[in-house]
Design a protein around this ligand. Structure first.
Ligand SMILES: Cc1cc2nc3c(=O)[nH]c(=O)nc-3n(C[C@H](O)[C@H](O)[C@H](O)COP(=O)(O)O)c2cc1C
Length: 336
């Protein structure tokens, strides 16, 4: 008897179920269980996969594109980059050699990448093993973080995630900058919540239910509080999480094309996995970058005027567990 899919089942993936003696394609299908645990904008999970002849093709699912929050689909491609990173991390753990070809057809934005694999039966390094085990432990952590500076060794590990020369990571713990980022978060919240199309879009995702709506409902509540309090000039809204964060981070790219966005997603996810192994929580603050005029202000604040801000996030040590967000069944992302 098969049991119905439960929204949080995906997190219980068992590595023992990897089909060691199966065909390469059976192994690749198993890897998808780790791909879908990647973070994505509003948990939209905007990816589709095909598995054939030792390859995973990764396709953008534009039916899951949030056209108001993410008009040029920039964050859709970042989200897909996160899924690619999980697939590669899981492949390394299971001894598969991988090669990535990005945008194999330069005229087709939907076909994001082809990952080709060889089963070399190799063994993974200790570092690969740790990263792999972080995949099912990582959650976007929206709690207040411990009031403790990040230690230099941990910061170095996070910095080491940048393999791509077109990417730049800036970390900042200056209270004045935090104050200004905090103001940008509030402005962004107010701008977005004042837009009826934005509210409609958020509402649509919430009523669809399957997308981890607990967080979205909280987000609407937070936006409403920010919006109303700004109008009644009474309480300070709850963006204090920025002021309390030990560290703010900004990932920027040299160019703003699809490849840069996908690779930024890969780096962000790699950082999130490393952070998980170090008990460091991460929460993106994407609203600042989503509001076009604030994106430029953020860039100036972090002194990266020449670059394109892609992911802003806060970081800090945390012992407070964060609830997992739901996932749709893997099969619905597998295109046959
Ligand atoms: C491109 C991108 C933008 C995101 N923006 C935000 C954000 O602004 N605020 C936030 O709390 N989480 C943000 N997230 C995290 C997602 O909401 C989260 O990944 C999703 O709900 C699934 O939850 P999980 O990361 O815990 O698995 C973002 C994630 C991605 C990949």
């Amino acid at each position: 008897m098969t049991t119905a899919h439960q929204p949080y089942d995906a997190w219980n993936v068992e590595e023992n179920e990897f089909p060691r003696h199966g065909t390469l394609d059976e192994k690749l299908k198993f890897l998808l269980n780790y791909g879908v645990l990647a973070p994505s904008l509003h948990n939209t999970q905007p990816w589709k996969f095909t598995v054939h002849n030792g390859e995973i093709r990764i396709l953008a699912d534009r039916t899951r594109h949030l056209t108001v929050a993410d008009p040029d689909a920039r964050e859709l491609y970042i989200s897909i980059g996160c899924a690619i990173e999980n697939l590669l991390t899981a492949a390394a753990y299971f001894g598969l050699n991988s090669h990535v070809t990005y945008f194999p057809d330069p005229h087709d934005e939907i076909w994001v990448a082809t990952l080709s694999f060889k089963d070399i039966g190799g063994t993974s390094s200790l570092a690969d093993q740790e990263l792999f085990h972080a995949i099912a432990l990582r959650h976007t952590n929206r709690q207040t973080y411990a009031n403790k500076a990040l230690n230099e060794r941990d910061v170095q590990q996070l910095r080491a995630c940048l393999h791509d020369s077109g990417l730049k990571l800036q970390l900042n713990d200056d209270p004045e900058i935090k104050q200004q980022v905090d103001s940008l978060v509030i402005s962004a919240d107010i701008t977005q919540f004042a837009d009826p199309d934005y509210r409609d879009e958020l509402n649509r995702w919430i009523t669809q239910g399957e997308f981890g709506y607990r967080w979205l409902i909280a987000r609407v509540g937070q936006l409403a509080t920010t919006y109303l309090s700004s109008h009644h000039k009474t309480v300070k809204p709850d963006a204090d999480i920025v002021l309390n964060a030990p560290m703010l981070a900004l990932l920027s790219t040299d160019s703003d094309n699809r490849l840069a966005q996908v690779q930024c997603g890969q780096t962000f996810e790699r950082m999130a996995l490393i952070a998980t192994t170090l008990n460091i929580g991460i929460q993106p603050l994407s609203q600042i970058i989503q509001v076009a005029q604030l994106r430029g202000e953020l860039s100036k604040l972090f002194d990266s005027a020449a670059a394109y801000p892609q992911m802003a996030f806060r970081l800090g040590y945390t012992d407070v567990a964060q609830d997992a967000a739901s996932r749709r069944p893997v099969e619905t992302a597998l295109k046959v």
